[in-house]
Design a protein around this ligand. Structure first.
Ligand code: GLN
Length: 187
């Protein structure tokens, strides 16, 4: 099984580590360049993308992360992790990796609807996936190299670009490990 890291600066990284451990991966919390060097793949968790970005910059990880992903390290971002990997956000300025060729709108589902669950049809899955959305973003623009794997009312909420996977929702908060397995199988 591969050695998989979870960026552990802020957010729900423990839940991702638990799923990965349950699947038999060798796991690492990643907070330093040395720890990043030890992993074959990385998950960027949900949380608050502006805070994750700020800590990544403060810990000197922005360029090392960008370079690893550019050089083909598989990466999966959930919610804030997806935002942080994006090329741009529709509003405001915050540190972004720019590895994933999408523009995202933060908190896109609005206040009325800010946390909810929805059964999602995901490309390649034979039954719906329980999507847990918490102040979630959606993709407003995707580059030609980006495959949309799931949508809600026409808005992409799960995408793949080569070895980069991203979802607006939180599979680590469910008992369904199919997306984590799909990610691990891509390593
Ligand atoms: N709304 C958060 C952000 O903009 C993301 C929320 C989450 O990760 N659950 O970063």
């Amino acid at each position: 099984m591969p050695t998989v890291g979870v960026l552990a600066l802020q957010g729900d990284f423990r839940e991702h580590l638990n799923v990965l451990t349950g699947l038999g991966c060798d796991t690492r919390s990643v907070r330093t360049i040395q720890e990043l060097d030890q992993v074959e793949a990385l998950i960027i968790p949900g949380g608050e993308s502006t805070t994750i970005g700020k800590f990544v910059v403060r810990f000197g990880l922005l360029e090392p992360l960008r370079t690893r992903i550019e050089n083909g390290m598989p990466a999966y971002g959930t919610c804030a992790g997806m935002i942080f990997m994006a090329a741009a956000v529709t509003e405001g300025h915050q540190p972004l990796l720019g590895s994933l060729d999408v523009v995202v709108e933060r908190n896109a589902f609005g206040r009325q609807n800010d946390s909810f669950e929805a059964d999602l049809d995901i490309a390649g899955f034979d039954r719906p996936f329980p999507g847990v959305f918490i102040r979630a973003p959606w993709v407003t623009k995707a580059g030609a190299g980006v495959d949309v794997l799931a949508t809600i009312e026409g808005h992409p909420v799960m995408v793949r670009q080569g070895r980069i996977l991203a979802s607006s929702f939180h599979p680590e908060l469910t008992n369904d490990d199919r997306i984590h397995r799909m990610f691990i199988e891509s390593i």
